[in-house]
Design a protein around this ligand. Structure first.
Ligand SMILES: C=C(O[C@@H]1C=C(C(=O)O)C=C[C@H]1O)C(=O)O
Length: 261
């Protein structure tokens, strides 16, 4: 059992399916808020172009620069010692500098713990989702825009990689059911076993509602759910149905496939 319950976004504070689902519900808030923050800025295409950051000695995009540098500093502070956190640029991250680091519980099977789906997250977020979220245009707020992309990436990554904990618990709850398809590497059977369509429908509806409530204009006289919203609520639901939940389940399948190693 984990001892990180002081972190309300943690999946591992209670290793039960209900406990992890509670954590996923709380993480929806972080995701929706991060999208609302990003949607304050237009696309600001410049920050995604290679060789356009004008940073001596760095040839990537400005967003890549912000993500790499932030991850490096957070690695020094111990962020990636937490098995729920996965870096986008894991190669050559500095070692943690903190003395007496927190001892995170080892709830995950070692082979599955290192699964990292961040390339796919980066790809869908920038190439597919972002153009739907923000208006085209350029307001020059490049560093702030890149920082808000980083916040979106980190909250999405944390949520999607919680699939490791979901898979661990589902396996522990029914090891006999999972064992045969794991041994014969039947991805489709595993996918069917771990899918709960009714839960997914609830998630989609709740996320849409959260985007509506969190993104509405609040006045002293009334709250107006029917009025203007910071982001299109149906886009939040689409984010979950097209990318977040499928990738969470892909993490689950990958994790299960190495669960008996
Ligand atoms: C995460 C779970 O596994 C699957 C993925 C879900 C999701 O990403 O929200 C929801 C239900 C399941 O189909 C779960 O069972 O809670």
């Amino acid at each position: 059992m984990a001892d990180v319950s002081s972190n309300p976004n943690s999946a591992s504070d209670t290793l039960t399916l209900d406990g992890i689902r509670d954590s996923l519900i709380r993480q929806e808030n972080s995701i929706v808020y991060s999208l609302i923050e990003r949607a304050r800025f237009p696309l600001n295409r410049q920050i995604y172009l290679q060789n356009n950051a004008s940073i001596p000695g760095f040839s990537g995009s400005l967003v890549e620069f912000i993500v790499r540098e932030t991850e490096a500093i957070q690695a020094k502070a111990g962020r990636y010692e937490n098995p729920e956190e996965n870096p986008f640029f894991p190669e050559s991250l500095p070692l943690p500098l903190v003395l007496n680091p927190h001892k995170y519980p080892k709830d995950l099977h070692p082979s599955g713990a290192s699964i990292n789906m961040n390339k796919a997250i980066w790809e869908f977020y920038f190439n597919k989702f972002l153009p739907l979220l923000v208006a085209d245009g350029d307001d020059g707020n490049y560093a702030a825009t890149a920082a808000s992309d980083l916040a979106c990436l980190q909250t999405l990554s944390r949520r999607i990689h919680c699939g490791k904990y979901v898979a661990e618990v589902k396996f522990r709850d029914a090891p006999k059911e999972y064992e045969t398809p794991i041994r014969s590497k039947e991805r489709d059977t595993l996918m069917k076993l771990l899918t709960f369509e009714a839960v997914e429908e609830m998630v989609k509806k709740r996320v849409e509602r959260k985007a509506m409530v969190f993104g509405q204009e609040v006045t002293l006289n009334n709250t107006n759910e029917g009025g203007k919203h910071s982001i299109d609520p149906s886009l939040a639901s689409r984010l979950y149905s097209e990318w977040v939940m499928p990738l969470t389940k892909e993490v689950e399948v990958e994790y299960l496939l190495c669960r008996l190693e």
